[in-house]
Design a binder for this molecule. Structure first.
Ligand code: PHE
Length: 341
């Protein structure tokens, strides 16, 4: 009997069960009605009286060891499965993680910038709050030009040298011409402000990407080629452009550029109002007065500039009919662009 008790003790201390099922089986095998420990207790009845005291103690130690072992195995297994014990259902699907998506204006702005980066343009940025010089004066705006009027410009201070919200990012081009070494090849993305009544087609805040290229011997042919390549990257390899004469104080000659309608491919639809063409940007050769105002020798250098509205390009790209959608942050609208990233 002594050997049996010792063998069982060794057995118990080596016991290594992991699952609840294994632990229960071990418990039954040792301490169940017909378990090995229980059977030894039955055998104890036949032990000689003089040995009863010694064997009784040993048997009790064995039983306690078995119970303690089973208890500690159970605890360990509960620790392993703690989340389940704490009321978590590990088989449940996870909470869906709501990913944000980029705003359509950001998507298009980045697309415009990355196209011009491929052409070798750098990005330049400048302040939204500007002075009269950088927004108007250095850009050859005559003093009585209507854009300088309260009707169009948000003034922060009035008077002789007013502070105002920039009405275009051409102000960044002036800052670049004043500071950067030549040649200059930059695009200027940014937010601009105009005092306009908010409607489906106009807003008092919108975004532009303007561009400037100044070097020796830059011609109108270079401008046309740059715009054509841009239109093909943006609207597809079959895109055509046409240029119409226009007027800006800071460019001479100036042009407005139309791209062939990417919806009807020139046949005429309600997006292009039956014309087959969509207006995308304004451009021109930088007026020599503008170069001189920033200290660039206009007898040696020439350049071109262009500017486009990001919301407008986005509207053409995705046939958005109402500009106000871009500013209201309605999730139903924004979610439509999730896959456009
Ligand atoms: N600055 C003009 C605007 O805001 C756009 C433009 C830029 C036109 C450069 C010609 C050349 O409308």
């Amino acid at each position: 009997m002594k050997e049996k008790i010792e063998a069982l003790l060794a057995d118990i201390s080596a016991l290594a069960c992991k699952t609840d099922k294994e632990i229960e089986e071990a418990r039954v095998r040792l301490l169940g009605k017909k378990g090995e420990v229980t059977r030894l207790f039955e055998e104890f009845r036949t032990v000689a009286p003089e040995l009863k005291k010694e064997y009784g103690q040993k048997l009790n130690q064995l039983k306690n060891a078995a119970m303690a072992k089973i208890e500690s195995l159970k605890n360990a297994s509960e620790e392993n499965a703690e989340p389940a014990a704490a009321g978590f259902d590990l088989t449940k699907p996870g909470e869906p993680f709501q990913l944000g998506s980029r705003h359509p204006v950001s998507i298009v702005r980045e697309e415009i910038i990355s196209i011009f980066r491929k052409f070798g343009y750098n990005v330049a940025e400048g302040p939204e709050i500007e002075d009269d010089w950088h927004v108007f004066e250095a850009l050859n705006f005559p003093p009585e030009h209507p854009a300088r009027d309260m009707q169009d410009t948000f003034f922060i201070t009035s008077g002789h040298d007013p502070i105002l919200l920039r009405t275009h990012t051409s102000s960044v081009q002036v800052r670049a011409m004043e500071t950067l070494p030549l040649p200059i090849r930059i695009v200027c993305p940014g937010r601009v402000f105009r005092n306009e009544a908010i409607s489906a087609r106009a807003h008092c805040i919108f975004h532009q990407v303007e561009g400037l290229y100044i070097d020796e011997n830059v011609t109108f042919a270079d401008l046309k080629q740059a715009i054509l390549l841009f239109a093909r990257e943006m609207f597809g390899p079959d895109a055509k452009i046409r240029m119409r004469p226009s007027y800006f104080p800071f460019t001479e000659p100036s042009a407005e550029v139309d791209v062939s309608c990417n919806i009807c491919h020139g046949k005429g639809c309600n997006i292009c109002k039956g014309t087959g063409w969509l207006e995308i940007l304004g451009c021109g050769m930088v007026d020599p007065n503008v170069l001189e105002a920033s200290g660039i020798d206009s007898s040696k250098y020439s350049g071109f500039a262009f500017g486009m509205g990001v919301e407008r390009i986005a509207m053409l790209k995705w046939q958005v009919k109402d500009l106000r959608n871009y500013f209201e942050n309605d999730m139903r609208f924004l979610k439509e662009f999730e896959s456009a990233i």
